[in-house]
Design a protein around this ligand. Structure first.
Ligand code: BGC
Length: 798
């Protein structure tokens, strides 16, 4: 059974059980594997991100993981495995190529079609399903998304394997974005950990749970850079920066790839939608495309992303689903990737809406010739492609390439050996991993007068419907996440109060849309009366971010401002928990809130993670992966602003000094909270860096040693950040951009030197034709703990 979530995606019936084993299966072997899987404890924590000395992502060959699998785990790459995959692909292709022409072409096209059971709705569902089953029988279905009901999935698999002419198994896919059953923080929040180890761990747990549910492939990670918080899908990526985004991309690919196939999406520049309106057009210089939007895709490809998904948008006039520059020149040529390319939902059909194809056949031809290997749900390949090949409008070689890539994935997942998969008892939720990743993702934005941490004996009034609504803790892609398994802020704080003899009074004070009546506000004030401190959850519900959730104003919805004002008037200290999927603009009243925690949507363990930080069991260490604008009208505002001819300067009151400079008359240039920013309950001093060289050749790596001291009274984790500026470019460049970072945990009074490696090739930027410019000349580095880093050092590349 499926039901439709807020994101418009089916959630499988959460009671569903694993498929039953076919009679032929060795019961003992299955049992042993299941036991091994179930006995696995929480996926261990990778303490913090510290870049390898070379700072080069180690290259994992994208192919070569084929059976035998270790339980649900994909096999590790090896020569034997590569050879086994290759042999399998050759064998299947040979069988196809032995068919007479028409059948052969049809069989190849058959491997290029993906369908969704969701499409089969309405009173005639039974008939549609029967017709669909017939298509499987005819070898015209290659992959299936949202086969949530394992029995149904198994039935389809059996038809494919036992009744279709070539017996090629189906590949099952699901959007496992930040968790399958154990839900982790939304990807934007995970990026706030600045800890790729956390992101990898989350992806690994998600991959394992998806594999337990019979899935082979996830449509994640989303690696779109986003600099416009009006775009609701900013929640699904790693924020504004390509360096941090690349580290998060490769980490997630490696995590998912432990169990299932990964997919880097949405290729490309989807996050640059004009006006922040979802699916809108993008138009940008090739230099911006290559400098900012493509690096995370490259990192994903290098880390072994198995598939790439085209994006809905057009880029410089060419829809991504029919864009040979992206799919052939960049992906195959520059990236050297053989990842299989799937479209986004119905986007082949949407070529008609884009106006670049006038017929369904024209759309199918354009997509295939551009290099799209598999089409998601529109059925245009199925209907049109064979005819087009026979009419020589699409070379058969295009089908061969696509077909080989698809078959390779199936071989790598061991489906030719074992199409049905093991029966496993599902592992328990990995709450430990979920909680630790969630804790890592919380950002302390303000803590005047050490309002936090709270003391357990304090009487707390908790206000805000968001703090009590499970979905708003999980975010927009919560797969099989369940309400009754999600720990809300309210539940966690109530449990704490009972445990420690404190007192917690909860009053919603508003609804999920942030709307309060006078009675709501009065009730909140009543609760506040008997408290020592007010904790208020503000922000936006989970339906306001994610796909098709763009907004014109990124301010607090409803009249949350009135509620804040009323509570402030009590004179009690206020702690605000921001719950949101995008950067938000807070009302001016929020400036007077002494303690502000960015808690995003943290998943299954949201409440416990927040409680641990509120009470100081965990010292917050997150840093913003995206700038928080001071006003919606500032967008785009980010840390990589480019030098202008009329730079603005501001006096101590924030007034612009020279009228004819690049500034606004009615507000600042700087964001409210800058990229990389995040406080701690302790304090750190970052000392003068030592550079391994002042001059170096372009093939070398610079090492920057930075001393860090914990100058406060609590243990804590700091993220040292290095920003760079190229001073000798003939093209204007960002005034600074993130070039490296490292995390270090220090006891009070302790000092350490962290080493950050900057391979000179990482300084490469592109010219206006999108060609790489060799690094050379003077570079300035800025070292600190956010994008305003002040300590400077410089070096020269020869
Ligand atoms: C989204 C993708 C998603 C796909 C399949 C599309 O609407 O843009 O991110 O993977 O649906 O659910």
């Amino acid at each position: 059974m499926t039901s439709v979530t807020n994101a418009g995606r089916p959630q499988a019936d959460t009671q569903s059980t694993a498929p039953s084993a076919p009679a032929s299966r060795g019961a003992l072997a299955a049992q042993a594997r299941a036991q091994r899987l179930n006995s696995s404890t929480s996926i261990p924590r990778l303490d913090f991100w510290s870049p390898p000395d070379s700072a080069k992502p180690t290259f994992a060959p994208p192919y070569g993981r084929v059976a035998p699998r270790d339980g649900l785990r994909r096999a590790q790459p090896s020569q034997e495995r590569d050879a086994a995959v290759q042999a399998c692909v050759d064998k299947v292709m040979k069988r196809i190529d032995a068919l007479p022409e028409a059948e052969r072409i049809r069989a190849k096209v058959g491997q290029m079609n993906q369908y969704a059971v969701e499409a089969f709705t309405g009173p005639d569902r039974g008939e549609k399903l029967a017709a669909f089953e017939q298509r499987i029988r005819e070898g015209q279905v290659s992959s299936f998304l949202y086969a949530g009901d394992p029995k149904e999935a198994r039935r389809y698999q059996r038809i494919a394997v036992e009744e279709s002419p070539l017996g090629i198994p189906l590949l099952f896919a699901w959007d496992v974005i930040h968790g399958m059953r154990t839900i982790f923080p939304i990807p934007l929040a995970m990026a706030a950990s600045w800890n790729p180890g956390s992101a990898m761990r989350a992806a690994e747990v998600a991959g394992r749970e998806a594999a337990e549910d019979g899935q082979h492939w996830t449509f994640a990670p989303m690696v779109d850079i986003a600099r416009d918080p009006r775009w609701g899908r900013i929640a699904e990526g790693a924020g504004e920066d390509q360096f941090l985004g690349s580290r998060m991309a490769e980490a997630q690919v490696r995590g998912f790839n432990q169990y299932i196939l990964s997919c880097a999406k949405h290729f490309a520049a989807y996050g640059a939608a004009e006006g922040g309106r979802d699916y809108n057009t993008t138009d940008m210089s090739l230099r911006r495309l290559h400098d900012v939007y493509l690096p995370p895709f490259y990192a994903a490809a290098k880390a072994g992303a198995d598939t790439f998904m085209t994006s809905f948008n057009d880029l410089n006039g060419v829809p991504s689903t029919a864009n040979p520059y992206l799919l052939r020149d960049v992906l195959r040529g520059r990236f050297g990737s053989n990842a299989m390319v799937v479209t986004d939902w119905a986007s082949t059909y949407e070529l008609l809406n884009h106006g670049v194809a006038r017929t369904r056949a024209g759309a199918a031809i354009a997509a295939a010739n551009a290099g799209v290997d598999m089409e998601m749900v529109s059925g245009l390949y199925a209907d049109e492609l064979a005819k087009a090949v026979l009419a020589k409008q699409v070379p058969e070689a295009v089908l061969d390439e696509a077909c080989r890539r698809v078959i390779r994935l199936k071989a790598e997942m061991g489906l030719f050996d074992d199409p049905y998969g093991e029966i496993v008892t599902k592992s328990p939720l990995d709450r430990k991993a979920a909680r630790e990743v969630a804790e890592d993702s919380i950002v302390l934005l303000r803590n005047d007068g050490n309002t936090l941490p709270l003391k357990p004996s304090q009487r707390i009034a908790l206000i805000g419907k968001l703090a009590d609504h499970p979905l708003d803790h999980r975010g927009s892609w919560s797969a099989l996440g369940k309400d009754d398994e999600t720990v809300t802020v309210r539940q966690a704080l109530e449990a704490r109060a009972i445990e420690s003899g404190g007192k917690l009074t909860y009053v919603a004070g508003n609804d999920r849309d942030g709307a309060s009546t006078k009675a709501d506000i009065d009730a909140a004030l009543q609760a506040a009366k008997d408290s020592d401190v007010i904790v208020i959850a503000i922000g936006e519900n989970a339906d306001r971010s994610g796909e098709a959730s763009s907004v014109q104003l990124i301010e607090l919805p409803g009249n949350q401002r009135d509620l804040i004002k009323a509570l402030q008037a009590t004179g009690k200290p206020v702690v605000a928990l921001l719950m949101n999927g995008r950067p938000m603009v807070l009302p001016k009243e929020a400036d007077a809130i002494p303690a502000l925690l960015e808690t995003w949507q943290l998943g299954t363990e949201h409440g416990n993670a927040v409680a641990n930080v509120l009470f100081g069991d965990r010292n917050p260490s997150g840093k913003l992966p995206v700038s928080f604008p001071a006003a919606t009208g500032q967008i785009p505002v980010h840390h990589q602003m480019v030098a202008t001819g009329r730079p603005a300067s501001f006096d101590k009151d924030g007034k612009v000094v020279n009228r004819f400079s690049s500034a606004y008359l009615d507000g600042p240039n700087a964001p409210k909270f800058r990229f990389g920013f995040g406080l701690s309950y302790t304090s750190f001093a970052i000392g003068q860096p030592t550079l391994s060289a002042r001059e170096l050749w372009a093939d070398k790596t610079l090492f920057v040693d930075v001393p860090v001291k914990n100058t406060g009274k609590l243990k804590g984790k700091e993220t040292v950040q290095i920003y760079s500026r190229w001073e000798d470019s003939t093209l204007t460049q960002p005034l600074r951009k993130l070039q490296g970072f490292a995390q270090v945990e220090l006891a009070p009074g302790e000092s350490k030197v962290v080493r950050i490696a900057i391979p000179v090739t990482d300084l490469t930027v592109h010219d206006n034709d999108g060609n790489p410019m060799k690094p050379s000349g003077l570079y300035t580095l800025f070292i600190g703990n956010d994008a305003s880093a002040q300590t400077e050092a410089s070096f020269v590349v020869r």
